[in-house]
Design a protein around this ligand. Structure first.
Ligand code: B12
Ligand code: SF4
Ligand code: SF4
Length: 346
């Protein structure tokens, strides 16, 4: 079984990109320790706990010789959040709109692993991960030639941009590696200058504790007071540093109606007020089997309350005063509602 045969099978299974990186001590893997040491992981303690394995896939699977890196495009033809500024719309990061990518991509990878297993000899070992494994996915993707790690820290492919889910199969086969991608950011710094919170503290270095994606998704408790006003209308995640990137300027292809990444109705451009007025049970149903289950309804309500305060949107503030779904009275949510109303009512 050759690398080319694996790539052809990956394309049949719906992967947009497939490349091979050697399981080796790549230079960029070493940045993780310093990044953790600076406290940039915030509350994401799992990154610290698994740092040994994240530094080298051979600590995950000692027989690892190659990492088969895969990318799946999730863009749809909906407008960018930067085009919706001041529109009252609740901004939800596009990766979270549709089906849970962990489920969709894990199934495709299992099919690829099974296909490989049928062809490989005895002793074949493989582990397939999408997002949740102890692997620095972007580093391997760069070495597999899928794209370079941009100054916004995302992997960018020169032909298809960075709206990509990464996943990988660590395997015991010594496959022919691809040529690593070259950095094409040049003198551009649009992502750094456009980040609303200054989270990209240096080119290629992101302080998660300032990133809206971390604050609205990963952070479990109260949002720090001094960061709330910079949240704007970002109710879940943030896409700005990718939207401004020239490599994502090409409009998306018209949507295939069967695409798993199309937004569910509740998250297809709702205003902040409409999102707040949606009953808890409906929000829960809309989140089912989507990536948004990570934050859940409680944190989504916390975020929408912060957005209402941060934007001062009159309809959203009215909705905060009117609607009393059970989760609105949750102490975490109530504190953020109180903050938003205090800010505007005095
Ligand atoms: C933790 C995490 C986060 C954290 C931290 C992000 C981060 N930049 O690390 C938070 C919650 C903020 C986050 C946000 C997002 N994430 Co995230 N996240 C991860 C996760 C689980 C681990 C990333 C990691 O290891 N970080 C640790 C640090 C050290 O790595 P790093 O910032 O990537 O730094 C690299 C380089 O920038 C460089 N570097 C670092 N320091 C230095 C210093 C110098 C001097 C130099 C030269 C280089 C350099 O080397 C590092 C090597 O790893 C990965 C999945 C995975 N298992 O890999 C997904 C992943 C990176 N996330 C992803 C996505 C889609 C997002 C969001 C777009 C979601 C959203 N819309 O809200 C945002 C994007 C924000 C951004 N600009 O990165 C995708 C990225 C796909 C792509 N095209 O790159 C991944 C790969 C998940 C997946 N399987 O598809 N995420
Ligand atoms: S996702 Fe948003 S907040 Fe985070 S670094 Fe990018 S622009 Fe900044
Ligand atoms: S916006 Fe510019 S600097 Fe940032 S990742 Fe894209 S090309 Fe690189």
């Amino acid at each position: 079984m050759t690398a080319d045969e694996i790539k052809a099978r990956a394309a049949e299974l719906g992967f947009a990109l497939c490349g091979i990186a050697p399981a080796a001590a790549h230079r960029e893997l070493g940045f993780l320790r310093e990044w953790l040491g600076r406290g940039y992981a915030g509350e994401m303690h799992y990154l610290e706990r698994s740092a040994d394995r994240r530094e080298d896939v051979r600590a995950v699977m000692p027989s690892a010789r190659s990492v088969i890196c895969l990318a799946t495009v999730y863009n749809t033809d909906r407008p960018y959040s930067t085009e919706l500024a001041g529109s009252s719309q609740a901004l939800i990061a596009r990766y979270a709109w549709g089906e849970d990518y962990h489920d969709v991509i894990q199934q495709r990878m299992q099919a690829l692993v099974e296909w490989m297993r049928e062809r490989a000899g005895a002793g074949f070992e493989a582990r397939a991960y999408v997002d949740t494994g102890p692997v620095q996915e972007r580093v391997y993707a760069q070495y597999a030639g899928l794209g370079w790690i941009g100054k916004n820290t995302c992997v960018i492919n020169p032909e298809i941009g960075s709206w990509l889910f990464l996943s990988e199969i660590i395997c015991s086969l010594a496959l022919e590696p691809d040529t690593p991608s070259l950095d094409q950011c040049g003198s551009c710094r649009l992502c750094i200058d456009s980040c609303p919170t200054g989270a990209i503290v240096d080119p290629y270095v992101l302080d998660s504790t300032r990133c809206l994606s971390y604050l609205t998704i990963e952070l479990k408790g109260e949002m720090p007071l001094d960061q709330r006003e910079s949240v704007g209308a970002h109710a879940y995640g943030c896409d700005i540093c990718q939207e401004v990137c020239p490599w994502n300027a090409q409009p998306a292809e018209p949507d295939d109606p069967s695409s798993p990444w199309l937004p569910r109705a509740a998250f297809d451009g709702p205003t902040l007020a409409a999102l707040w007025r949606t009953p808890d049970a409906d929000l829960r149903a809309a989140m089912k089997r989507s990536a948004m289950t990570r934050a859940g309804v409680r944190r989504l309500r916390r975020n929408v309350a912060v957005c209402a305060g941060a934007t001062g949107d009159a309809e959203a503030l009215t909705a905060l005063r009117d609607v009393r779904e059970p989760l609105c009275d949750d102490p975490l949510v109530a504190e953020h509602v109180h903050w938003a109303l205090e800010l505007h009512d005095g």
